[in-house]
Ligand binder design. Sequence first.
Ligand code: PLP
Length: 429
Amino acid sequence: MTDRPMGFDTLAIHAGAAPDPATGARQVPIYQTTAYVFRDADHAAKLFNLQEVGWIYSRLTNPTVSALANRVTALEGGAGGIACSSGHAAQIMALFPLMGPGKNIVASSRLYGGTITQFSQTIKRFGWSAKFVDTDDLGAVSKAVDKNTRAIFCETIANPGGYVTDIPALAKIADRKGIPLIVDNTTATPWLCKPIEMGATLVVHSATKYLTGNGTVTGGIVVDSGKFDWSQNDKFPSLSQPEPAYHGLTFHAALGPMAYTFHSIAVGLRDLGMTMNPQGAHYTLMGIETLGLRMERHVENARKVAEWLEKDPRVDYVTYAGLKSSPYQKRAKKIVPKGAGALFTFALKGGYDACVKLIDNVKLFSHVANLGDTRSLIIHSASTTHRQLSEAQQVAAGASPNVVRLSIGIENVEDIIADLDQAMTKALA
Ligand SMILES: *Cc1c(COP(=O)(O)O)cnc(C)c1O
């Protein structure tokens, strides 16, 4: 390989992997093993001391899983990455080195429904909390950050409404406050947006979605930029001070830009156990090989479907940020210049009942609680993914009762449009 920086599609196929040293296998093997034989007692001691990098036990690291973490790290332009058992696991893992009882995060009010539930309810059991703010109101974001705030959390393109976040503006606030910005880049993928280049410290993914791409795996990834100075203040003692959970190792002093990644493996994965399995990692690696090709088609199809819907008299409005009519069009050009993703909602005249009928009459679209599949998917968020939220939270999240969410696949776009057309006719008959 040459020294010049490689392009996205090349990295998507090659990063994090080399021919298998034992067999020469060209594809990344599925290392279906729990443990690894140490060379001798000294080797084992060095591994446990983090003096030498190697394999100990697959709850911590596994060659197939590490290939995946390293590939996504390369695509995001980070220093290190951790593969986890799901996107939600990745979110807890991302917060774990930063948080403690009484600490909080400031989170966008426009997030994946499950994340709003995780942040507003479940993390309270750890003594953590979240303050939800409209991230378009930068003054409100700044004001919400208090002395116990340990991160700002947002999504690049917020599901389901197709809202685009001003990542550089939030990164500036986070910087000023001495805390990291965490960006969930699931719906954009690094092909559309690289949050680290825009100032984010940490990127999280649900690998379940576009990274794998075909609805076969549940997984998550955390990528650390390696750029945050954990010792600039006393907010992050797990990284900047001796860590009692790892025989007093001071991770930042010992490991520099890899401090966060090593802490996440040596303490996070060790004790929380939210590890990805090697078979799942293998499927996701296969998916990522075609990420660029797929995303190109996803956004092209999404734009065409959104434009068609917007012109249709049966439709009240379409929330695709790639449309000229979108209030986020200008921002989308800056944050996701290659396309505003493939996920958006539209409001059908006829409200809740018509939405439900539409969903019962689609044939090509699949009615599932998922997104980022090669197949086109449809769901009525208010009665499903966002059901646990109050109506006010639903509206704030872009999941009003009269809207249907589409995840546009990579089929022929004429077939996608024809299916929506016939289902809309039946829904409004
Ligand atoms: C799906 C999703 C998650 C949760 O990921 P899982 O893999 O389902 O746990 C988090 N954020 C976003 C934006 C998602 O789409």
